[in-house]
Design a protein around this ligand. Structure first.
Ligand code: GLU
Ligand code: MG
Length: 626
């Protein structure tokens, strides 16, 4: 989730007192970096994925599954056995928000050659195996985006009661502080978001109305005034950062060859975010209920929304400086490249003084407004030992603000004095059940960047349309409902398409991914024609084709998204009463099935298709359907 500073976190009051100091020095640190490396070019493509995992424990006798709060210990063991012993260790492990979570990445970034696409899945398998090997019996590493009974009584092992009392970090009615990672960053973030906002965070997710779901669906919280006021009828109410940041995702970071290539990729991929998010949809259940959404995005967004009532526009501005239209976790608000400029059509709140300062330092309007927009936020944590820094050689204050702006895309300047180049991070995807699927999504996105750069494709549409797409993409069955997604005509590459005349139009995800004659060539056909012109060894090619087949079939509806598959699994479960309730037993069956699919490569034709079935334990790339 970001850098971890060691040390003692300051209280919210003290952190707030240093807010201007952090912003002022954060900008100076950014300027030092910018001036030092703005002309860097010829960096090579490097990239890496990040997979977030949950630790679960199965109780087969009682048919229960719980989240194991041992992330810190598991992480310590993995780092000790891995990167600390061997600098070339093939995996790296990092903490995540939940005490039941860890994050894994490849030990070294991947490079630009095609054959590296063939090593992604092996590396993900290694990670799964390595982490699984340090778990207790009956425990497993799961790549699920949201744990269906997160926040239900006894969902953790060991069990803890929530602590909705003064002094707690979340003050949640459902989510105990013990489920938050023990590193001080995470509890402090939780507490300070709540302090800054002036009340607990509020998450209301529409409930899925099944045959026997009460209508209206109303939960009452007589013992908690805040909850009674905040919870909405026909919604699943949640009140803690953990309900959002306690979810898992799949991210990809690329190093571009120069700052301008990074800005171009940032923009182009931003428009792709809602489409790939919808295709990766994997989180239909919250707090033990079936919801009416398929993606985590809006839940996390609300879970870290630290805006005050004034900033949310509910009260006239008095103590705060701006009305702010989005949470810190949300879609991007401005394009960064020249060709994006005319599509910057959403209101952008900026810190004017910082904007002017950046212009004076020779930074162009687009980059200046991007940074000045990130810097309207307050620092959420500050460590006593990290207040006074060497702005020419450190960047903690810049990173403090940058890393708590969790947007769909992140534009990352190089760290000071490093040989890392300008990077962009692609952040909207939900994590999939299997290493095969996760590899497929990662490879698809990386290949897309290659094609965008080689063919100079232009997918830009007005950012307000991207935001509409983000909203649509989270809805139940977004892939198939279609009708709300818009993409540019990609006219430069395929000038013959009818779209060349029009700038953008409404298309289904199927059309965008697979193409439709006379309308749009389709991303997969474009990727395929790119691949035909590349030197690729047979084995790699076979893997890539299988990956693209998965994306293609998910887009067309031939295969289900993980979210849809989970809904079907629940709907057909003998214990399910068509009342939108996921009991302990149903949850256990679902998670056990997910675990089997991930580890035993068992057949799941609706999800993976028989074409993707792998021979058990062989680790080979054989396509057994042939
Ligand atoms: N777990 C968060 C998500 O699902 C991302 C946290 C991070 O930035 O690493 O989007
Ligand atoms: Mg993470």
């Amino acid at each position: 989730m970001g850098l971890l500073s060691q040390g003692s976190p300051l209280s919210w009051e003290e952190t707030q007192r240093h807010a201007d100091h952090v912003r002022r020095h954060g900008i100076l640190q950014f300027l030092h970096i910018y001036h030092a490396v703005k002309d860097r070019h010829k960096d090579v493509l490097k990239w890496g994925d990040e997979v977030e995992y949950m630790l679960v424990s199965f109780d087969h006798e009682n048919k229960r599954v719980q989240l194991v709060l041992s992330g810190e210990d598991v992480l310590e063991t993995l780092q000790e056995k891995g990167e600390r012993t061997n600098p070339n260790h093939p995996t790296l492990w990092r903490p995540e928000y939940g005490s039941y979570m860890i994050e894994g990445t490849p030990g070294q970034p991947y490079g630009g050659t095609m054959s590296e696409f063939n090593t992604v899945e092996d590396n993900m398998r290694k990670r799964r195996k390595e982490a699984t090997s340090v778990l207790d019996e009956n425990q497993a590493l799961c790549t699920i985006t949201s744990f269906p009974r997160l926040g239900c009584p006894g969902f953790t092992l060991p069990e803890y009661k929530p602590n909705p009392v003064e002094g707690g970090a979340s003050k949640s009615l459902f989510f105990p502080d013990e489920a938050i990672n023990k590193h001080p960053r995470f509890g402090t973030l939780t507490r300070n978001i709540r302090h800054r906002r002036g009340e607990k965070v509020v998450i209301n997710v529409p409930i899925f109305k099944d045959k026997n779901t009460p209508s209206p669906f109303v939960e009452t919280f007589p013992e908690d005034e805040e909850a009674a006021k905040a919870s909405k009828p026909d919604h699943i109410y949640m009140d803690a950062m953990g309900f959002g940041m306690g979810n898992c995702c799949l991210q990809v970071t690329f190093q571009a060859c120069s700052i301008s290539e990074a800005r171009y990729l940032y923009d182009q991929l931003a428009t792709i975010c809602p489409i790939v998010m919808a295709l990766s949809a994997a989180s239909p259940f919250y707090r033990g209920y079936v919801s009416d959404i398929d993606c985590r995005w809006g839940v996390i967004s609300a879970s870290v929304d630290d805006r005050t009532r004034e900033e949310r526009g509910l009260e006239p501005l008095k103590n705060n400086s701006y009305k702010i239209s989005k949470s810190r976790y949300d879609s991007i608000d401005s394009y960064l490249s020249k060709c994006g400029e005319k599509y910057n059509d959403i209101d952008l709140t900026v810190d004017k003084a910082i904007y002017e300062q950046l212009l004076q330092e020779g930074i162009d309007h687009l980059l200046a407004q991007h940074v000045a927009h990130l810097f309207i936020r307050d620092p959420l944590t500050l460590f006593e030992e990290k207040i006074h820094l060497d702005d020419a050689n450190e960047s903690d204050h810049f990173e403090n603000i940058q890393s708590t702006n969790w947007q769909t895309m992140r534009f990352k300047p190089p760290p000071p004095n490093s040989d890392i180049g300008w990077r962009v991070e692609f952040r909207p995807m939900e994590v999939q059940l299997t290493d095969f699927e996760n590899s497929a999504y990662v490879v698809f996105v990386v290949l897309l960047t290659r094609v965008i750069l080689s063919y100079k494709l232009d997918f830009l549409i007005p950012l307000s349309k991207v935001d509409e797409n983000m909203k649509a993409a989270q809805k139940r069955d977004a892939v198939l409902q279609g009708g709300s997604t818009v993409v540019d005509g990609c006219g430069k590459a395929q000038a013959s398409s009818e779209l060349a005349a029009e700038e953008y139009t409404l298309m289904s995800i199927d059309t965008i991914i697979n193409g439709k004659e006379g309308v749009f060539p389709g991303l997969i056909p474009i990727l395929n024609s790119y691949l035909e012109n590349m030197e690729v060894d047979v084995d790699t090619r076979c893997s890539i084709l299988n990956y693209l087949k998965l994306i293609k079939k998910r887009a067309s509806g031939e295969l289900m998204t993980v979210a849809k598959w989970m809904r079907e699994f629940i709907a057909h479960h003998p214990d399910y009463k068509q009342d939108s309730i996921i009991t302990d037993e149903i949850n256990y069956s679902l998670l056990w099935k997910c675990n089997q699919i991930a580890n035993e490569l068992c057949e799941c034709p609706e999800l993976l298709g028989s074409a993707f079935r792998k021979v058990k334990d062989s680790g080979s790339k054989t396509d057994s359907s042939k």
